[in-house]
Write a protein that binds this ligand. Structure first.
Ligand SMILES: Nc1ncnc2c1ncn2[C@@H]1O[C@H](COP(=O)(O)OP(=O)(O)OP(=O)(O)O)[C@@H](O)[C@H]1O
Length: 302
């Protein structure tokens, strides 16, 4: 087992009476890219800010390689690079000056790697920050983060302002960190932003982690999609345990079914003169839409 770099245990955070983080626990190992996914307002940024001590946790523990991050921010922050979702830059400094300032603030140096990154992300470092687009502001923060040699890299919605080419550059740099044995936390509300590079993920909704694992684990607990052709009216299947969204058009039926109910349901299907049967895993996109949709349904039901 690789070394555990980050350990978050039972974090709770309230804003007044609003319970923004509910017993949030997860860990990230060396060489692991961990996706932190959830819809807008789920609590991703609040979790990151709480971990970094920018917000005060009401309870819980955060450790970086066994050191209490909330009690020892000075030591631990030197071993972390963080790119926030909204990058604020000093308007009258140039991009290059800000990169160097960010590096020095973290106790790091401008190196050949910094120049490589400036060229790779096609940033003009001589321009004042006030003239930069959102994407260019994001590049400044990303270049400073990728230049730093630390243990944990935290990116909050890192590619929202980047074009597809720069997004590929971002993914390539994240993969290099992984190969170098670094731990990476990637927070996003878009699966596509993290899907290609992450090893494991947590899905957070309304301040609570509702699923955690690798993508295969998540797919295996999701409902399967069944499409079959039958010779008889099969409406009665809709009432079977685990069957969801049943519909029949002529001889074709479609429904979703939980893994554990599949064999009972397919056995039952045989009674309706089964001609053809297809069972498919949901795509990742469908899986995530299902998690997000559940939430909007709950919201509407309130
Ligand atoms: N300073 C604050 N005071 C009160 N409520 C807050 C504060 N900051 C965040 N919240 C609330 O906490 C919840 C979580 O917000 P957060 O910004 O962490 O979500 P997020 O998952 O990062 O969303 P997004 O994907 O939109 O960035 C939201 O309901 C938000 O309104």
């Amino acid at each position: 087992m690789t070394e555990k770099i980050l350990q978050v245990e039972q974090i709770n955070k309230y804003f007044g009476k609003f319970h923004a983080l509910k017993d949030v626990s997860f860990d990230i190992h060396a060489g692991e890219v961990f996706g932190f996914l959830g819809p807008n307002g789920a609590g991703k940024s609040t979790m990151i800010r709480t971990m970094l001590g920018m917000l005060t946790a009401d309870s819980g523990k955060v450790e970086l390689s066994g050191i209490n991050m909330l009690a020892q921010p000075v030591i631990t922050h030197r071993r972390i690079a963080y790119v926030p979702g909204d990058v604020y830059l000093w308007p009258s400094l140039t991009g290059g000056e800000i990169i160097d300032l960010l590096l020095r603030m973290g106790g790091h140096e401008h190196t050949a790697k910094t120049d490589e990154l400036i060229a790779k992300f096609e940033l003009d470092p001589t321009k004042k920050a006030r003239t930069y687009s959102k994407g260019n502001r994001q590049k400044v923060a990303l270049i400073a983060a990728f230049s730093a040699d630390v243990d944990l890299y935290i990116f909050d919605e890192p590619t929202s302002g980047l074009d597809p080419l720069q997004e590929l550059n971002f993914q390539e740099e994240v993969m290099s960190l992984k190969v170098a044995g670094k731990a990476v936390l990637l927070s996003s509300h878009i699966l596509a932003e993290v899907e290609k590079v992450m090893d494991r993920l947590a899905i957070i909704r309304q301040g609570k982690i509702i699923e955690m694992g690798n993508l295969k684990d998540l797919q295996s607990i999701a409902s399967l999609k069944v499409e079959a052709r039958v010779q008889k009216d099969a409406q009665a299947l809709a009432t079977l345990s685990g069957v969801l969204n049943f519909e029949q058009k002529n001889d074709t039926i479609r429904f979703s079914v939980q893994h554990q109910d599949l064999s009972a349901v397919t056995a039952e299907l045989a009674k309706y003169g089964l001609i053809d049967l297809k069972v498919a895993m949901p795509t990742l996109e469908e899986l995530f839409m299902a998690y997000y949709r559940d939430e909007s349904e709950e919201e509407h039901a309130k």
